[in-house]
Design a protein around this ligand. Structure first.
Ligand SMILES: [Zn+2]
Ligand SMILES: [Zn+2]
Length: 663
């Protein structure tokens, strides 16, 4: 499969030639399905008419026959806007910052093409040089994409922003758009961009120094994640000589540090709903991200939409049990137990470890300058995957567990919730894995850490006085970091959901999402359906209600946090359960299961799906159109691109919607 994506030329391998009769029918099918969906765009086209943009429009007209130059928007404060941009030029900005206007109505989407202008002169020169260099290393790239900025740079890759020159005319984008219904939070992924709008992509240049196996792994995993909600979708990938680039949709986002202290509670909930939907969907495909952290979750605080990205460290779950000496006392992930389950007492090994634990405890009473280490290695450590970013590693990663599951991503997501609650990022200062274990142990206590270590056939020993037997609660840890936690915070009115007209009439400090407060008689923390309490003009009443709602939200967030930061992986809250948790459950949304995109070959129409054993291509059985004189329909095979043929909830996939044929 990877070989298909690694085509040698720069044209999109997903492009379906309209002359190809095999594809004509299902292309039509797609187009019909897409017509039913209302169009929307993240990137409406209008805005400042700068000479460069005008040049560019002329350029587009020359290469895209039916390209219409967008009409100039009546922009009364155009000059003021230009001044703002100029001011920003004087201040060097981080490369991830895209700059935010104070007045949300004035956020000009077409600025997306000129974000580089907001960067310092030095940065700009460096980025422009890199763009020239990339365009010469991959000459075909500039034919299809106009590189406009750099989005980020890392050890193994750099990511650039580019305009997709062929979006409206050249490619068939349906495989990566997917078919998320309008009621799904991921519908924006499905909605094709309206004709004539600028569509941006993120181009990931994977450095030639990267291990080829690693590159293949990342591309193959991205292909498997097609159709997942809130996950960066692979549009295409290609190679030119030793250069590999992957093309993905561009998602507008802000640096976490810019918004995590001011994001309204409803925005925090939106953040984690997107996050756990992404994790639910990738874990269902037996993929672990392994590097969940704010930098890898592109969140737009204006829309409340988030996208999990950078699968450079992602891996597949190892589902073959390793029953060797020193193996863990829990299983790997199963469909029924996504975070594994404890092995039944089989017992000699358990006794052995208990003995080891006892010895370790004795040892820890002795003075030592080496403290808080996993003692008594019982197996070679090379097998355990420790990839990830320090400060986000789950206890089982630090303890070198050999049967890691998606639970490690959930732990990392819990760490992000901690940043929101404490108002501190970064929070942990550890310099190595042992220190990281100690930091966790300070909160969770010695007893839990010992249990956790035993689960992974390890022992935990420490003689640090701050690590107590029972630890402290998350609540007391967080309130120590953030004494104002229960005071309704000042939230940013440009953030979701206050920037929508629906919320604009409310006081910025009132979390309208959570109004009204629960009746005093209710002991349940679950959200009450909106009762017709008149929105009182009495400010005091409203403030009181907001305070109640805020307190209830914080309490529920702690309850969720406890489950996410459960040190024993098999007991840790799963993404599915997190989405059903009171903190994240939205009674106005359809049940999450209804919007769940099944892995290929699962769901109601699974009997018509199979994977070609030789080519590993996903295939579906579909009835061919009847020919003249034919009386019985013939079942044929259609080969699909990754991302096609995904059943959502109880709905069949796009190929099997006709219940008279496939019901
Ligand atoms: Zn383990
Ligand atoms: Zn199907």
């Amino acid at each position: 499969m990877a070989s298909i994506l690694f085509s040698q030329h720069s044209s999109n391998p997903l492009e379906v030639g309209s002359s190809d009769t095999r594809n004509k029918l299902y292309l039509k099918h797609y187009q019909d399905a897409r017509r039913e969906q209302p169009a929307s765009s993240d990137d409406p086209i209008d805005g400042y008419q700068m000479p460069e943009i005008e040049d560019y429009h002329n350029h587009l007209t020359s290469i895209i026959p039916d390209y219409t130059i967008p009409s100039r928007r009546a922009h009364a404060d155009e000059d003021q806007g230009m001044d703002e941009s100029d001011d920003e030029l004087l201040e060097p900005m981080n490369e991830d910052e895209h700059g935010r206007s104070d007045e949300v109505e004035d956020v000009d989407e077409s600025d997306e093409e000129t974000t580089i202008m907001k960067k310092s002169v030095e940065d700009r020169q460096e980025i422009e040089q890199e763009i020239v260099e990339l365009e010469s290393a991959v000459p075909n790239l500039s034919k299809d994409y106009k590189l406009v900025d750099r989005l980020g740079t890392g050890t193994f890759s750099s990511v650039y922003k580019a305009l997709d020159l062929g979006y409206h005319s050249k490619w068939d984008n349906s495989p990566w758009h997917g078919f998320h219904p309008p009621s799904s939070s991921a519908h924006y992924q499905s909605a094709p961009r309206p004709a004539g709008t600028k569509v941006f992509v993120a181009i990931k240049r994977i450095y030639v120094t990267s291990n080829p196996e690693r590159i293949r792994n990342e591309i193959a995993i991205l292909a498997d994640c097609r159709g997942c909600r809130h996950v960066s979708q692979l549009i295409t990938a290609f190679r030119h000589e030793d250069q590999v680039v992957a093309i993905m949709p561009y998602h507008r986002n802000d640096d976490f540090r810019e918004f995590y202290r001011v994001l309204p509670m409803a925005g925090i909930k939106a953040y984690f709903r997107c996050m756990f939907r992404a994790l639910h969907d990738i874990h269902a495909r037996k993929i672990i991200h392994r590097d969940v952290k704010p930098a890898n979750f592109l969140f737009d605080p204006r829309t409340g939409q988030g996208t999990l990205c950078d699968f450079g460290l992602a891996c597949r779950m190892d589902t073959t049990p390793t029953q060797t000496l020193g193996a863990c006392f829990h299983t790997s992930a199963t469909t029924e137990h996504p975070h594994g389950r404890v092995l039944l007492r089989n017992d000699i090994k358990l006794d052995q470890t208990k003995k080891m634990q006892k010895e370790a405890r004795l040892k820890s009473t002795m003075p030592s300058d080496k403290v808080g280490y996993p003692a008594n290695e019982t197996r070679p450590t090379s097998k355990a995957n420790r990839a990830g970013t320090r400060g986000f590693r789950a206890p089982e990663v630090l303890l070198k567990c050999s049967e890691q599951t998606g639970a490690i991503d959930v732990w990392a997501a819990g760490t992000i919730l901690l940043f929101f609650l404490t108002g501190k990022f970064p929070l942990f200062q550890c310099t190595d894995d042992n220190e990281a274990l100690m930091e966790i142990a300070t909160i969770l206590g010695k007893k839990k850490m010992e249990r956790t270590a035993t689960l992974h056939s390890r022992t935990f020993a420490t003689n640090v006085p701050s690590v107590t037997e029972l630890g402290i609660t998350w609540n007391s840890f967080v309130t120590k970091q953030n004494p104002d936690l229960y005071t309704s915070p000042k939230t940013d009115p440009t953030c979701y959901p206050y920037n929508t007209s629906h919320h604009s009439e409310h006081d910025n400090n009132v979390n309208a999402d959570s109004l009204p407060p629960p009746p005093a008689s209710s002991s349940s923390p679950s959200r009450e359906p909106s009762s017709p309490v008149s929105v009182s003009s009495n400010a005091a009443t409203r403030e009181n209600a907001a305070r109640h709602a805020h307190k209830r939200d914080i309490d529920m967030a702690f309850h969720l946090l406890q489950g996410l930061m459960e040190p024993e992986a098999h007991r840790r809250t799963t993404p599915k359960d997190a989405l059903a948790h009171e903190f994240l459950l939205d009674i106005d949304e359809p049940a999450d299961d209804e919007m769940f995109p099944h892995p290929f070959g699962q769901g109601v129409c699974k009997k018509h799906h199979f994977v070609d054993e030789v080519t590993e291509e996903p295939c579906v059985k579909v009835y061919e159109p009847m020919r003249p004189g034919q009386s019985v329909p013939r079942l044929g095979v259609k080969r699909l691109a990754h991302g096609q043929g995904i059943a959502i909830g109880r709905q069949p996939c796009e190929f099997h919607r006709d219940v008279t044929l496939y019901g």
